[in-house]
Design a protein around this ligand. Structure first.
Ligand SMILES: [Zn+2]
Length: 349
């Protein structure tokens, strides 16, 4: 069987869902803009975030090696929420793990429902204040009699969109539950929002949709719930000041959460999948840093693989520093064997 990277893992930056995500033109443009906006914000924390996003994907963190040689590499990831690449990969990873968990339980006959919970706001409201209300209301909601009685498992994502009436933060839940009475749900949610200091949501502030099996399988039903805290494509259209406000307001907030039972199973599934993929291909993962060190120490195994690793990294985008370091770590005899691609220039140290 051909080995495939775990969904969202981004081996070589590639995944079935996104192609080579680290070199995707649209994401690159958004990324460049975000870096500029965060740097110009005058906020030191955000400037650091910008640096991290800029370094994201510019280094081969690890190599995938088998007795046949190097079969791929993993780029470093900044894991910043605002990084278009990391946010996309993380969303995909969560989705894949959650689809698995829900699938397992659907087979057993459990029913799932999508809940959307919102509350009124105006364009004068600060996002920070709206989020404080939302997160407090969500914490209260989980303690309500309604929640305890009807909901046997859950995952929720907070999404932030923006329209003429300002920021619109809201929560999407996937819940394992039987029939849910929308009036009872509205009453419970309304109470929580008011207690958290928000304006009372109308009946339209809550939405309930049965999650169809087909929608779980194609992942689309879950996109809404735990896809992304904000869509990269819409972020690109926001004014600079709104991006800064979003970055400041969402720092250190957990935009995504699941009940303990599901979280544990999702983690297990991710690990199982990883082990399966590595087991299948007879591969292991080694850190690029360690590989360089072995090469410098004259390790024959590392030397035997050096040319193929160099070839692999040189043919990928944006890894110039790593290519140069690797080249420098190779013994002279090996260096002479390598002919660089026409667009790669190396200084002979
Ligand atoms: Zn990143």
């Amino acid at each position: 069987m051909e080995s495939k990277p775990a969904p969202g893992r981004g081996e070589n930056g590639k995944s079935k869902e996104f192609g080579d995500i680290f070199t995707d033109k649209r994401l690159k443009r958004t990324r460049a803009r975000l870096i500029r906006v965060l740097r110009d914000s005058g906020n030191k924390d955000l400037a650091k975030t910008a640096d991290a996003i800029e370094r994201c994907g510019t280094w081969p963190a690890a190599l995938k090696v088998s007795p046949d040689g190097c079969g791929g590499f993993y780029r470093n990831q900044c894991r910043e929420r605002l990084c278009p690449v990391c946010a996309t990969l993380k969303g995909a990873r969560h989705r894949a793990a959650l689809v698995g968990v829900i699938d397992e339980r659907m087979v057993l006959g459990f029913r799932f429902t999508l809940l959307t919970l919102t509350f009124p706001h105006t364009s004068n409201d600060k996002l920070k204040d709206l989020l404080r209300i939302l997160f407090k209301a969500l914490a209260l909601f989980r303690k309500t009699a309604f929640f305890k009685k009807h909901i046997r498992g859950w995952a929720r994502g907070v999404e932030i969109t923006r329209k003429d009436n300002g920021f619109h933060p809201h929560a999407h839940f996937i819940v394992e539950a039987g029939f849910l009475n929308i009036d009872a749900l509205h009453a419970a949610w309304r109470k929580c929002v008011v207690k958290a200091g928000g304006r009372a949501p109308t009946r339209e502030g809550v939405d309930v949709k049965r999650l169809q099996e087909k929608r779980v399988k194609d992942g689309k039903g879950l996109n809404e719930a735990i896809g992304y805290p904000f869509k990269v494509s819409s972020l690109a259209k926001w004014p600079d000041s709104c991006i800064v406000e979003l970055a400041e307001a969402t720092k250190r907030r957990h935009m995504y959460q699941a009940c303990r039972k599901w979280s544990r199973r999702m983690k297990e599934r991710e690990e199982e999948l990883e082990a399966l993929l590595l087991g299948d291909s007879g591969s292991e993962i080694i850190l690029f840093r360690d590989f360089l060190e072995d090469l410098r120490q004259g390790d024959t195994e590392a030397q035997g693989m050096a040319l193929s690793v160099l070839q692999l990294l040189a043919s990928a985008d944006g890894l110039e520093d790593a290519v140069q370091l690797l080249f420098d770590a190779m013994p002279e005899g090996l260096r002479r064997l390598w002919s660089a691609p026409s667009d790669v220039t190396l200084c002979h140290a």
